[in-house]
Write a protein that binds this ligand. Sequence first.
Ligand code: NDP
Ligand code: 8X3
Length: 250
Amino acid sequence: MSTRVAWITGATSGFGAATVDRFVAGGWRVVASGRRIERLQRLVDRHGADRVHPLAFDIRDEAAMRAAHAGLPADFAAIDLLVNNAGLALGTVPAQQAELAQWKQMIDTNVTALVTLTRLLLPTLIERRGAIANISSTASTYPYPGGNVYGGTKAFVSQFSLGLRADLHGTGVRVTSVEPGMAETEFTLVRTGGDQAASDKLYAGAQPITAGDIADTLWWIANLPAHLNVNRIELMPTSQSFGGFQVHRE
Ligand code: NDP
Ligand code: 8X3
C-alpha cells in the first residue's frame, strides 16, 4: 500500500500535535495546519519535510484554506484521513454576560471552518475511500453552566458527523465523532485568555486525558479494518463523571 496521508488541523498544540507525532511514527505523511508557523516548523524539524507538510493559515480564512489546499505538493495531496481538530472554547461566563465576539469566533472556528474544509476534501476522500475524524467533546451531550455556545458548536460537530455518515453511505468513507472529556492541553489557557494558574488548578490531581491518549485513539480508529466504522466515541478521565441537575429555589 502507498504511504497514507492525513490532514490534521490544529496541529500546533495539544491533541493535534500529538496526533501528528503518532501518525508519522506509524509511517504516514501528515499535512499539519494551524496559525503558529514556528510550532509547525518544529514538527517539520522533528520529522522531516518528506513526512510533515506545514500549512500556516487561520482556518477561518476560506481563501487561505483554498490556496493552501490547491498548493499541496503531490506527495501530500491524496488525503486519506481528515482530522478536524482545530477548535477552541472562549469564556466560561453565563450566556447573559458573554461576549458576542467570542461566540462568533467559536462558531467560525469549530463549525464554519470545519464544514468548509470537509466540503473541500470530500471529493478526494471519496476517491480514496478515506476517513474523517471530527473532534467533538463531551460538551456536545452534557450541558454545563458557561458551556453555552461551545457546547452548541460541539453538538453540531457530533450531529454533522452522523449526517455525513448517512450521506456518504456506500462510498466507503468512514466518519467518526470523537468526544473527549477533560484533557490537559492548552485548551484552558486559551479559554481563560492565558490564565496559567487557572489551567493548572483545573487539572491538578485529576489525572486528565492526555493529548497522547487522543492520538492513540485516533490511531486505533484509523487502523481498524475497512469494514468497521466507529460512529462516535466518548472518553473521560476515570476521575471525571456526572453531577446532578441544578434546582433554583425561591
Ligand atoms: P489546544 O488549544 O492545545 O489546541 C487547539 C488547536 O486549534 C491549536 O493547534 C490551534 O492552533 C488550533 N486553532 C484554534 N483556532 C484556530 C484558527 N483560527 N485557525 C487555525 N487553527 C486554530 O487545545 P486541544 O488540543 O485541547 O483542542 C483540540 C480540539 O479538541 C478542539 O476542537 C477542542 O474543542 C477539542 N476538545 C478539547 C478538550 C480538552 O479538554 N482539552 C476536550 C474535548 C474536546 P493555532 O493557535 O496555532 O492556530
Ligand atoms: C472540552 C471539555 O468539559 O471543558 O471540550 O467542555 S469541557
